[in-house]
Design a protein around this ligand. Structure first.
Ligand code: 5GP
Length: 290
């Protein structure tokens, strides 16, 4: 379903294509690095809903480049090298771990569906980490480690685990990229929490509460761990002044879709405005000496 909207980088072919991004590699030459190019689409519900939002690709590229620069400067390894042009940046190619790692400071989103006793917006003293297995047919189930079996058990992401029980098992050793023991799990948790704390502090400087985020990690050829994928307004919940009604993230689009609608022209303007606002804030991270 290749759907190239931006410029095709000269001498490159598609290595992978997602709903909002294309990864390119050189036709010849070493294949340790590639280009990540953003697309001008906002999507929801595993790509079932999609809007063409011109300019989004530029805003999220600016955001993610500044976020990755900040993490690199803070000693947290990421796949980012440098921005190439308005919608494209240079990355190290990684073997991606098929896990969405979510870190939460507040109880919100799918957490509330699994923990209905918890009040919305409760602040966790320590950031909470959760793992979701990237698997569209199973709707990205939650992964819970079973120490006695040394493997993960899978649970529906929107129901309390005890309600339906396990919906599957990730057999140990089936995928070498999935953590195989507590030490490998801890490495992922540590890198995710460190990144969250750096970004939480940076967004605090511009008056924004980082409610939660999702990252993805991968290994290079020497099995060194890096943060990969992208961190932007699609993968973070960001509330101005800690106020849910002043969210500047993708929840605006998700909420419209939940009502069974497509955005009005006014709402489209607000959606692109949010992405641009986050990009402007992220561009100030370098100036703040962070
Ligand atoms: P939740 O599990 O509450 O739906 O989402 C937690 C956090 O992870 C939110 O910041 C949300 O934006 C992010 N997130 C969850 N699933 C995805 C996904 O499929 N793609 C992206 N980009 N972010 C996600």
């Amino acid at each position: 379903m290749t759907q190239i909207v931006g410029r095709v980088p000269r001498g490159h072919v598609v290595r992978a294509e997602g709903k909002t991004k294309i990864i390119w590699v050189r036709i010849r030459k070493r294949k340790k690095r590639g280009l990540a190019q953003n697309k001008p689409f906002v999507t929801a519900g595993d790509g079932k809903h999609r809007e063409f939002v011109p300019g989004k690709e530029i805003a999220v590229t600016e955001t993610t480049c500044n976020i990755f620069r900040l993490l690199n400067r803070s000693g947290i390894p990421t796949h980012y090298h440098k921005k190439i042009n308005a919608d494209t940046y240079l990355i190290s190619l990684l073997d991606m771990i098929p896990i969405e790692i979510v870190v939460r400071r507040k109880a919100f989103g799918s957490y509330l569906k699994r923990n209905s006793h918890e009040a919305e917006g409760t602040t966790f003293a320590q950031p909470l980490v959760e793992f979701f297995y990237k698997n569209d047919t199973m709707s990205d189930p939650m992964m819970i480690w079973q120490p006695e079996h040394q493997c993960f058990r899978l649970y529906h992401p929107h129901e309390p685990p005890e309600e339906r029980g396990a919906i599957g098992d990730l057999k140990a050793g089936l995928d070498p990229l999935i953590p195989r023991n507590e030490a490998e799990i801890e490495r992922l948790e540590v890198i995710a929490i460190e990144a969250f704390l750096v970004l939480e502090e940076a967004f605090k400087h511009v008056g924004i509460t980082l409610v939660d985020f999702k990252i993805e990690c991968g290994y290079d050829q020497d099995r060194r761990l890096y943060i990969g994928d992208q961190i932007d307004g699609d993968s973070c919940r960001l509330w101005m002044g800690g106020d849910k009604s002043k969210a500047v993230d993708k929840d605006r689009y998700r909420n419209i879709v939940k009502q069974g609608r497509v955005p009005t022209p006014e709402e489209r303007a607000l959606i692109i405005g949010d992405y641009q606002r986050i990009a402007t804030m992220a561009s100030s991270f370098g100036l703040m000496g962070l």
